[in-house]
Design a protein around this ligand. Structure first.
Ligand SMILES: C[C@@H](O)[C@H](NC(=O)OP(=O)(O)OC[C@H]1O[C@@H](n2cnc3c(N)ncnc32)[C@H](O)[C@@H]1O)C(=O)O
Ligand SMILES: Nc1ncnc2c1ncn2[C@@H]1O[C@H](COP(=O)(O)OP(=O)(O)OP(=O)(O)O)[C@@H](O)[C@H]1O
Ligand SMILES: [Fe+2]
Length: 534
């Protein structure tokens, strides 16, 4: 009999009927899973639920065989397909009652994130979840996992699966795309990143059109991987830069893809960041990750009464008060005196009053895509930085642009970034400045594209104390959606970097309303409310 705690995990959010036992003493995880394979098309919720009903008892029996005692039952409360969640939830409740042990309700996406942290032993990593119905970057701050960036439409796996349905390949499509991509060459597809958010629908339409127009399917598969995974690697890199974390973990079924793992590994190596991808059995949906997080929650006393254990198909990771982790020290209070800084995109060299920003090639990206992005961005950054200044928004003076070398030289501004002063008494007034600067830009038909708390420079004194920098993801647009996305990106970065994001967010919105368009705030609410489980 184990001297530790033994937790039975149950997973049934979509396709995997899975049970697992986790023993905290040995750290061993045994998993038994039964996958639902649709006869045709994608996952049918009713059929998937039927599969849960049939398969869960057998996988539970399988892992319980030979077990001495169970201390708790942990199950996925969501997100997932409602009919599946309900059946798996009913099974978990019945087991907890019959074994007379506590029930633990686990957020499936946090389990995807935590299993990497657990297996790696990392302390406070950024987590990239690349799964079927989700794609997001998470970082822990102030008792919560904050969503620093996420898909604005479908999850990455679902996007890939929809493409393979279009070409009549059977479900799941991800592994088939990976195989076909081995014989492919690069063909251009749209690339869509705003701040740390991204979207796949435009890319998928373009990919479908490309095969319909006769582009080799291998080339489309190759380019789909190169494009969508480069986007994920880029947002992960932005999140590492924003949080100054030196650790990245990967989670989710698409995380099994070797090309994605290689790209992330290469990106991290270039930054001096440790990267960890759990074994495949912990990446795809599995009850092992539910049991492991369940054990941590149980140890923190975070159990749930059966009567309160309703499932939630739209359960977001940032809804969960995190009981099982200590708050980690944040060190970005100090002001950097270094003269070379590694941003997410560029190497920044500070030489007195001049700042030279070099967008060096990123070896993880396909060279054609890499060159296109660097060139486009240096040109846009120079133009938008100057145009914003003309509109009265404080930005650095542009001193030199070298398109061929993708280098930009600008004036040095501010004494620190906004991130470093957010929690001080100047924080609120700087956040208000950002709001009015963004509103001014929006009125002038400009979106910043990446207004995070690191892309705002703050001076100790003077009239124009708050400068916006780093316009590389910006564009000229009158679309209220783009303006609202700027606000969304800024608010997400507040959540990821401020001790009290709520009051700063209020200050931001009040100040924005004084100058900006009401439609933007309305759209901001719509963006936040978009169901991400599709
Ligand atoms: C809510 C929950 O039900 C959902 N789970 C889920 O989607 O299953 P997961 O096992 O994490 O991911 C499945 C996806 O992972 C993709 N996939 C599997 N192997 C792949 C590979 N080698 N390359 C690319 N995609 C792959 C599949 O095509 C499928 O879309 C989620 O976590 O979003
Ligand atoms: N004009 C400037 N004046 C003062 N500091 C600057 C200036 N430009 C850049 N920096 C410093 O260099 C850092 C990185 O610059 P920048 O944001 O432009 O690069 P990046 O690679 O796009 O970074 P990220 O995407 O991580 O924001 C900034 O956070 C800031 O600390
Ligand atoms: Fe999943």
């Amino acid at each position: 009999m184990s001297d530790g705690t033994v937790v039975l995990g149950i997973e049934g959010t979509a396709w995997a009927a899975s049970a697992a036992l986790y023993d905290t003493e040995t750290d061993e995880v045994s998993i038994s899973s039964d996958a639902y394979q649709p006869d045709s098309g994608g996952l049918h919720p009713r059929e998937a639920a039927e599969h849960m009903r049939e398969a869960i008892p057998a996988v539970v029996e399988d892992v319980l065989d030979g077990a001495d005692s169970i201390d708790a039952v942990a199950f996925s409360r969501g997100p997932g397909l409602g009919p599946c969640l309900r059946i798996a939830g009913t099974a978990a409740r019945a087991l907890a009652l019959s074994l007379d042990v506590p029930l633990v309700g686990v957020n499936h996406m946090l389990a995807h994130a935590e299993i990497g942290r657990h297996r790696s032993g990392f302390d406070s990593p950024v987590c990239l979840n690349a799964s079927g119905a989700n794609a997001h970057v998470l970082a822990f701050r102030n008792d919560r996992y904050r969503v620093l960036g996420e898909t604005m439409d479908t999850g990455i796996g679902n996007a890939l699966d929809k493409f393979t349905r279009h070409v009549d390949w059977s479900h799941p499509g991800g592994p088939k795309i990976e195989r076909a991509a081995r014989d492919g060459e690069y063909a251009e597809l749209p690339y869509v990143v705003t701040g740390m958010d991204f979207s796949f629908s435009g890319i998928m339409s373009a990919a479908k059109e490309a095969v319909d127009d006769g582009t080799r399917i291998e080339d489309v598969c190759f380019s789909l991987q190169e494009t969508t995974f480069a986007m994920l690697a880029e947002v992960a890199e932005r999140a590492l830069s924003l949080t100054s974390s030196a650790e990245l973990v990967l989670g989710g079924g698409v995380g099994q893809n070797q090309r994605l793992q290689a790209m992330l590994g290469e990106m991290c190596e270039a930054r001096g960041v440790d990267f960890f991808a759990p074994e495949a059995r912990f990446l795809r949906d599995n009850a092992g990750m539910i049991a492991v997080l369940g054990a941590k929650m149980l140890a923190a006393g975070d159990t749930i009464a059966v009567a309160d254990s309703r499932v939630d198909s739209g359960f977001r990771p940032d809804q969960v008060p995190v009981t099982w982790r200590e708050e980690t020290e944040v060190q970005w209070g100090e002001r950097s005196t270094e003269d070379t800084l590694q941003g997410a995109e560029a190497l920044v060299e500070i030489d007195g009053e001049r700042v030279r920003k070099r967008r060096l090639p990123k070896s993880y990206r396909h060279p054609t895509l890499d060159e296109r992005l660097r060139r486009e961005r240096v040109v846009l950054e120079a133009r938008l930085t100057s145009d914003a200044r003309r509109q009265g928004v404080p930005t650095p003076l542009v001193l030199d642009v070298d398109t061929a070398e993708t280098e930009l030289t600008v004036e040095y501004v501010g004494e620190s970034d906004l991130r470093a002063v957010l929690d001080s008494k100047e924080g609120t007034s700087c956040v208000r400045d950002v709001a009015s600067h963004l509103a001014t830009l929006h009125e002038a038909g400009i979106a910043h594209g990446d207004p995070t708390t690191r892309n705002v420079r703050v001076s100790d004194s003077g009239d124009d104390r708050t400068h916006l920098i780093d316009f590389g993801l910006g564009h000229y647009t009158d679309d209220v959606e783009d303006h609202a996305m700027d606000c969304h990106v800024f608010e997400q970065s507040l959540a990821g970097t401020a001790a009290d994001p709520e009051s700063l967010r209020e200050a931001f919105e009040t100040a924005y309303a004084e100058v900006g368009d009401d439609d933007v705030q309305e759209r901001l609410r719509a963006i936040e409310g978009r169901g991400r489980y599709q």
